[in-house]
Design a protein around this ligand. Structure first.
Ligand code: 13P
Length: 289
């Protein structure tokens, strides 16, 4: 059974470890992530961007597939199905379709509008026991064709967003989506501390988890980050493993053209990345805590 992400993140916050949000694109991605987290005995958040939803056919397809897979694979660790960077309309649609958690991303809107719409989504989501993430201060980089300026979120604005009743907060601290440029300055821990000071006890979210050095991730967790989003790293690992399959001409061996064989190396590569990340976040066996 799927659960919302509130309880698992509050537990992670309390015990000082991180929960991964891994984005899914299809059945293989979902299965690899669920199996890896079951083997590591950790709760997990499956992230679905609006682009991935469109690719898979719609929110209902995604919700039904994830629910059925969770059941048929006999997954016992807590699993949340979460809309990643959703618009106001998408958040409502995801709630309707059976997602257990949503991110309403109003960071590109004027602050007042972001706050007002966040309040509305919180009210609707909480009436159905669904958790809500919201964001101020865009996360840099490009995602699904949307580019927001990388910025350091304003702690006062973070506090105003938290006061809307959200369950966890995404705020820019120098992090960006995708591969980090060579001259990236790293996470801004001073700003993270200022935000934490302003918002008090609420789990924070680190977007753009791909490529952040391990010690910076660990420090962020120590300072109140409980959810780390990873997407690009799984994509790169999947594509590399798939490329190697063809470079080694494995498709020309006996029934090597079978899609189940073609997709297997990429599937295993995603599993490996997810397990490594769970270890980085100190989340192994956290489902028992
Ligand atoms: P990366 O693609 O950089 O790992 O970021 C993922 C993310 O933040 C999804 O919201």
């Amino acid at each position: 059974m799927l659960v919302n992400a509130k309880e698992m993140l509050e537990k992670a916050y309390e015990h000082g470890y991180g929960i991964g949000q891994f984005n899914i694109n299809n059945l293989e991605w979902t299965k690899a992530i669920l199996e890896a987290c079951q083997e590591k005995n950790t709760a997990v958040i499956l992230g679905v961007s609006e682009g991935a939803k469109k690719y898979m056919g719609g929110f209902n397809v995604v919700a039904q597939m994830v629910k059925a897979m969770d059941k048929d694979l006999g997954i016992t660790v807590p699993v949340a199905l979460h809309l990643d960077h959703g618009s106001y309309d998408a958040a409502k649609e995801a709630i309707e379709a059976g997602f257990t958690s949503v991110m309403f991303d109003g960071s590109s809107l004027p602050l007042d509008e972001n706050l007002e719409k966040t309040r509305e989504i919180v009210e609707l989501a909480h009436s159905k026991n669904i958790s809500v993430e919201a964001e101020v201060g865009g996360i840099g980089g490009e995602e699904d064709g949307v580019t927001s300026q990388g910025e350091l979120a304003n702690p006062e604005e973070c506090k105003q967003l938290v006061d809307c009743g959200i369950d966890f907060l995404a705020a820019g601290i120098g992090n960006i989506h995708g591969v980090y440029p060579k001259d990236w300055k790293g996470l801004n821990f001073d700003r993270l501390e200022e935000i934490k000071e302003a918002v008090g006890k609420i789990p924070m979210v680190l977007h753009g988890g791909t490529g952040i050095p391990e010690e910076q991730v660990k420090k962020a967790i120590e300072l109140g980050v409980s959810k780390i989003n990873i997407n690009t790293e799984c994509q790169i690992a999947f594509t590399k493993a798939t490329r190697e399959y063809f470079e080694e001409e494995k498709d020309k061996l006996s029934k090597g053209y079978d899609p189940r064989k073609v997709l297997k190396p990429g599937f295993e590569a995603i599993k490996d990345i997810v397990k490594q990340k769970v270890d980085f976040f100190d989340g192994a066996n956290s489902a028992d805590k």
